[in-house]
Design a protein around this ligand. Structure first.
Ligand SMILES: C[S@@+](CC[C@H](N)C(=O)[O-])C[C@H]1O[C@@H](n2cnc3c(N)ncnc32)[C@H](O)[C@@H]1O
Length: 280
C-alpha cells in the first residue's frame, strides 16, 4: 500500500484533469499513463481532461462487465445498444454472449480508439459469432448521425435494425454532469419510445462523495441528480411505456480486478408496453 502511494505521489495531476479510480491501486502506475499502440497512438490513458474521460476505463464499466459474465443467460443472442461506451470494454465483454452490439459514444478521436480496442480484442468474442458496430450517438443531438462524411455514421438499415431488434441498453459511469445526465435520460426516453420490443436498461453509477462548504456536508450532487432522473422516468405516464426501476445487488462474483466500493451501484430499468385496464 505504501509503495502504491509513493507511486501516486510522484505523479503531478493538473487541476483540469481527472483520474479514474481504477488506476489508484495500480502498481507501476507511471508506465500506464499512456499506453501506445503499434503506430504510437494511445489506446487508453491514465488521466484526461473532463472532455476526454472516455479514454479511461472507469470502475462502473468493470462492474457492468462482471454482471454480464455472471448473468450471461440474460443477454444471449440479444441486440444491445451501449451509450457512452468510452474504450469499448463493456461492449467487448457483452459480445461474448450477445449477437449484435451497437457500441456508441461521441467524437471521432474517441471512436477511433474504441474501434481499435475492439479490433485488437476480437479474439475475446469472435467464437461467439457476434458483431460490434462502433457508431456515433451524441445525447446532445435529437437524431442519429447519417452524414457519410462521419466514419461512424449510421446507415438507414442500421437505424431500422437497431430500433427493430434492440432489447438491452447499457451505460457505465456516465452520470457526472447534470446537463449531460438530463441529455442522457432524454436520449434513452426517445430511443425507448421507438423500440419495437420491450427492453431492459442496465446503468452503473459511482457516488463520488465530496465535502462542500456550500452544504457543509459530504454529498454527491451528480448522484442525487441521477436518482431524481430515475424517479422522473418511473413517474412518466405517457400511456405507451411503463418504466420499472430496480437496484441490482452487487453481491455477484468479481472476475475483474478493481475495487468494488460500496459507492459503486448498478441499476436496472425495465421498459415495457403500457397495458390499459381494458387490455389487462
Ligand atoms: C466517465 S466516461 C465512461 C466511459 C465508459 N463507459 C467507462 O465506464 O469506462 C463517460 C463517457 O460518456 C461519454 N459522453 C459524454 N458526453 C456525451 C454525449 N454528449 N454523447 C454521448 N456520449 C457522451 C464520454 O465520451 C465518455 O466516454
Amino acid at each position: 500500500m505504501l509503495v502504491q502511494r509513493e507511486c501516486m505521489d510522484s505523479i503531478t495531476f493538473k487541476s483540469d484533469t481527472v483520474l479514474s479510480d481504477v488506476h489508484m491501486y495500480t502498481p507501476n502506475i507511471r508506465h500506464l499513463m499512456v499506453r501506445l499502440n503499434a503506430v504510437g497512438q494511445p489506446e487508453h490513458t491514465m488521466d484526461t481532461t473532463l472532455e476526454d474521460v472516455g479514454k479511461q476505463v472507469w470502475r462502473g464499466a468493470f462492474l457492468l462487465a462482471d454482471y454480464i459474465w455472471n448473468n450471461s443467460y440474460l443477454f444471449r443472442d440479444c441486440t444491445v445498444l451501449e451509450l457512452g461506451a468510452g474504450t469499448g470494454m463493456t461492449s467487448i465483454v457483452m459480445a461474448t454472449v450477445a449477437k449484435t452490439i451497437y457500441c456508441t459514444d461521441v467524437g471521432e478521436d474517441l471512436l477511433n480508439m474504441c474501434e481499435r480496442n475492439i479490433i485488437v480484442n476480437k479474439h475475446i468474442y469472435e467464437a461467439a459469432g457476434s458483431e460490434i458496430k462502433v457508431r456515433e450517438l451524441d445525447w446532445l443531438r435529437d437524431d442519429l448521425c447519417t452524414d457519410t462524411k462521419n466514419p461512424y455514421c449510421w446507415s438507414e438499415e442500421e437505424i431500422a435494425h437497431m430500433y427493430d431488434h434492440t432489447d438491452v441498453l447499457l451505460a457505465a459511469d456516465v452520470f457526472y454532469d447534470d446537463d449531460l445526465t438530463d441529455a442522457f435520460f432524454q436520449t434513452i426516453y426517445r430511443i425507448l419510445s421507438n423500440l419495437k420490443n420491450p427492453s431492459t436498461i442496465y446503468l452503473s453509477v459511482e457516488k463520488r462523495l465530496n465535502f462542500t462548504l456550500r452544504k457543509m456536508d459530504v454529498t454527491c450532487d451528480a448522484y442525487d441528480h441521477f436518482r431524481l432522473c430515475l424517479a422522473d422516468l418511473e413517474n412518466i405516464c405517457d400511456g405507451r411505456t411503463k418504466f420499472i426501476v430496480e437496484p441490482i445487488k452487487s453481491s455477484f462474483p468479481q472476475f475483474l480486478s478493481y475495487e468494488r466500493v460500496e459507492q459503486l451501484e448498478l441499476w436496472k430499468i425495465i421498459a415495457e408496453p403500457f397495458k390499459s385496464n381494458a387490455q389487462q
